[in-house]
Design a protein around this ligand. Structure first.
Ligand SMILES: [Zn+2]
Length: 394
């Protein structure tokens, strides 16, 4: 495999930002980060010039449904297409994510991800790090863009089938923790090392605390598919939104397309959760990469790309985003005034940590996987490297 030398960029590790340095890869790993003057004798490297831009750990997207007209539930070919689309946007690792669907379709999706992972991944695509099962165990009244006909309560006879291989393939399950039987499922997820994440839920704070005690450690797309406090008589009881923001034991997904959340709410999440407990997710649908006005369906739900986001046909709710992570990274800098090191934690390191992979991913460090994105000064992707292979050059 080629050895790569990346020069002329700010290297955001993200614990520090190194100037006047070069990054070297050898095989699938980062072999060194050196002061520029010490690397003059480096021979036999393919050189990438960052042009004064940024060299960062590749983006990791733990919530991506689709792109270019295909959904992760459409089969292996579709997942390949989504992984290649994401590589063009700087994503080096991703979890294809399911919608509520019949059990057979969800089992097929897990099987397809397994086949791809065992078969060496997707050529010229983001690495498949596992699968995120978003649902089907949700509360109907917070369904958002999830097909309502497939929403159902958790039953061990069903979910044990998804979880048969432990956390080898299923890495995150999003569920409504208030449903009967959900706490039992959360405990089982914990035992298997799978992240239990809450959304599409009506849970209130007292029950949220019980779910966290059972092992709930994450909240999916905070603010979407959930509500704020309710009044019970004269008393205010926090909803899932406030619970997610206030409890340091849970991390949060944030959709930073500047549509799902206006800048003020992104700032609020950043103030409350800090740089270590937020992971940016695209929640990108079939509509990602399609033109404004393009129509598509999520099961029985019709959606349209409108105003730069996926919306239900009747425009009453969002149905996922159409924005990949590179644009969201730029939004963080532009609209939320996040320092670049914090933004890199939120697009890479924190996801690696939640997936238990931060011993090899999410940082630029000697010995870590050579999963790298290079951005120019306008925050556009000019190169994506996955496990030491250049998979995209802009
Ligand atoms: Zn959702």
């Amino acid at each position: 495999m080629k050895k790569i030398l990346i020069k002329n960029g700010l290297i955001v590790t993200p614990y520090e930002t190194k100037e006047q340095s070069v990054l070297l890869t050898n095989g699938s790993k980062i072999s060194d980060i050196l002061p520029r003057k010490n690397a003059r004798t480096a021979k036999g490297y393919e050189t990438i010039d960052a042009g004064g831009g940024f060299v960062m750990p590749g983006f990791i997207d733990t919530h991506v449904h689709g792109a270019l007209g295909v959904d992760a539930l459409d089969g292996i070919g579709a997942i390949r297409k989504i992984a290649r689309f994401n590589a063009m946007h700087g994503v080096t690792g991703m979890l294809p994510t399911t919608l509520t669907h019949p059990m057979k379709d969800l089992l097929d999706a897990v099987k397809n991800v397994r086949t791809l992972m065992l078969g060496g991944g997707v050529k010229n695509g983001a690495q498949i790090l596992g699968i995120h099962l978003e649902g089907p165990f949700f509360h109907l009244s917070q369904r958002g863009g999830q097909p309502p006909e497939y929403i159902r309560p958790p039953r061990p006879s069903e979910y044990k089938r998804y979880l048969r291989d432990g956390n080898k393939y299923v890495r995150i399950m999003t569920l409504a923790p208030e449903l009967p039987g959900a706490l039992q499922l959360i405990r089982l997820l914990g035992k298997k090392g799978i992240v239990a994440s809450a959304a599409h839920s009506t849970i209130l704070y007292p029950d949220f605390l019980k779910a966290v005690e059972a092992g709930l450690s994450s909240v999916t797309h905070v603010y979407s598919g959930m509500a704020g406090f309710v009044r019970i008589g004269p008393y205010r009881v926090p909803g899932l939104i406030e619970s997610a923001l206030v409890d340091d034991r849970v991390s949060c997904e944030m959709i930073a397309d500047a549509k799902h959340l206006p800048a003020a709410l992104m700032k609020l999440i950043y103030k409350m959760k800090g740089a270590d407990r937020i992971r940016l997710v695209s929640d990108a649908t079939v509509g990602a990469g399609l033109a404004e006005g393009a129509r598509f369906s999520l099961g029985s739900v019709s959606a349209v790309v409108h105003d730069g986001v996926a919306m239900l046909d009747d425009r009453t709710a969002f149905a996922g985003s159409v924005t990949p992570l590179d644009k969201m990274f730029a939004n963080l800098i532009k609209f939320v005034n996040v320092p670049i090191e914090d933004a890199v934690k939120m697009t890479s390191l924190n996801a690696a940590r939640v997936l238990g992979m931060d011993d090899r991913k999410g940082k630029l460090q000697k010995g870590y996987d050579a999963d790298i994105v290079v951005l120019n000064r306008s925050m556009e992707v000019i190169c994506t490297i996955v496990a030491g292979q250049i998979v995209y050059k802009g």
